[in-house]
Design a protein around this ligand. Structure first.
Ligand SMILES: *[C@@H]1O[C@H](CO)[C@@H](O)[C@H](O)[C@H]1NC(C)=O
Ligand SMILES: *[C@@H]1O[C@H](CO)[C@@H](O)[C@H](O)[C@H]1NC(C)=O
Ligand SMILES: *[C@@H]1O[C@H](CO)[C@@H](O)[C@H](O)[C@H]1NC(C)=O
Ligand SMILES: *[C@@H]1O[C@H](CO)[C@@H](O)[C@H](O)[C@H]1NC(C)=O
Ligand SMILES: *[C@@H]1O[C@H](CO)[C@@H](O)[C@H](O)[C@H]1NC(C)=O
Length: 313
């Protein structure tokens, strides 16, 4: 008996953490997007044709609104843009809290759609690119979603990896390939734009640790949505979620040094480096800026409808 006691004092019993298991730390829904996010009226560093408005302006112009637990964020769809403005009125919000290793799950019913729109839900650390960037939802036109990492130099991805999507460029460094990042194009075209909105969207999830980043997507109509995701359960287990659309392993990256704690950002810009560059091949009329400037009635679908967003650790 004495032996057992001394053994226990040498090897204290530690309850093993269940791999893949996380508990909710923050639930954002309805007015949480007004009160627990900052509204930043900054100039778009990616040259978007946008005027990010303050919280009070966004509220008074109806660019953000709350209905029950739903939150809507949209661009102005009433006015031709004043020639002296930096672009169309829109909104960029950033979570007040930042997160290290965590899982983000988003129940999204609608995303901005329309010629020239460039919406994104993403996470970024301080002192870009040093703190790292994970783009969970990003795209333009009606191509499938693209998930991308942007880092300082020295982080690359193996070309072949275990995911559903298609690996694009594999150097995550912002100073490589004109800051294209290491992106993955999703295999499901209802992950983005009009096809996504037709089925009232679905669920996005992103897991980030010091050894991996994974991004999943389940259309609302899918029969294989994990029940913890669909229910927004207080505890989740990412091990049961199957193959992700995008998998970024730490093999040749060094995530510990390339990613800091990051804030969640939701923004909607227009044209600029991405939507502007792909506009000509998108089948949209005229030039990007003149279309976005002169056609407020074409912007009625340019909104996010978020039912909830939860963060787990
Ligand atoms: C809006 O989001 C995209 C996300 O990829 C980003 O590149 C762009 O810089 C953002 N604009 C602002 C002003 O944050
Ligand atoms: C929230 O949005 C969903 C999806 O569009 C809709 O079915 C539901 O009626 C909305 N609830 C409220 C209170 O607006
Ligand atoms: C356009 O912006 C200028 C400068 O802010 C302002 O003087 C003018 O009244 C605006 N025009 C319209 C139609 O809002
Ligand atoms: C999705 O993509 C497939 C294959 O490229 C295509 O056959 C199908 O028509 C597309 N569906 C929609 C809704 O765009
Ligand atoms: C999910 O929600 C349904 C309906 O509210 C409930 O019956 C079920 O027990 C929940 N499952 C889990 C794992 O939370």
């Amino acid at each position: 008996m004495k032996c057992a006691v001394s053994l226990a004092s040498v090897l204290p019993f530690v309850w093993p953490a269940l791999a893949g298991s996380f508990s909710v730390v923050d639930t954002y829904q309805g007015s949480d997007f007004l009160n627990r996010f900052d509204y930043l009226g900054i100039a778009d560093p990616t040259h978007g044709y946008v005027n990010y408005v303050s919280k009070s302006t966004a509220m008074s112009k109806g660019l953000v609104s709350v209905s029950g637990t739903n939150f809507t964020l949209r661009a102005d769809d009433r006015n031709i843009v004043n020639s002296s403005a930096s672009g169309r009125d829109s909104v960029r919000i950033q979570s007040q809290k930042s997160y290290g290793s965590h899982v983000t799950v988003i129940n999204l019913a609608h995303m901005p759609k329309g010629c020239g729109t460039w919406p994104a839900i993403w996470e970024v650390g301080p002192d870009w690119p040093n703190g790292g960037e994970v783009d969970i939802i990003e795209g333009t036109n009606d191509i499938p979603n693209q998930a991308t990492l942007h880092t300082s130099s020295g982080c690359t991805m193996p070309a072949l990896r275990d995911h559903e999507g298609t690996s694009l460029t594999n150097d995550c460094a912002s100073n490589a390939n004109s800051n294209t990042g290491c992106g993955v194009l999703f295999s499901r075209n209802n992950s983005y734009g009009h096809s996504f909105n037709l089925i009232e969207g679905g669920f996005y999830a992103m897991e980030r640790s010091t050894t991996l980043v994974k991004v999943w997507f389940w259309p609302r109509t899918a029969t294989n949505i994990p029940v913890d995701v669909k229910n927004g359960s207080n505890t989740i287990n990412t091990h049961d979620w199957g193959r992700p659309q995008a998998f970024f392993p730490d093999t040749t990256c060094g995530m510990k040094s390339h990613f800091s704690t990051s804030n969640i950002i939701i923004n909607l810009t227009f044209c600029g480096d991405f939507a502007g560059a792909t506009y000509a091949s998108s089948g949209c009329p005229g030039t990007c800026e003149s279309f976005v400037k002169n056609n407020p009635d074409e912007m009625i679908w340019a909104y996010f409808l978020i039912m909830w967003l939860k963060v787990y650790q």
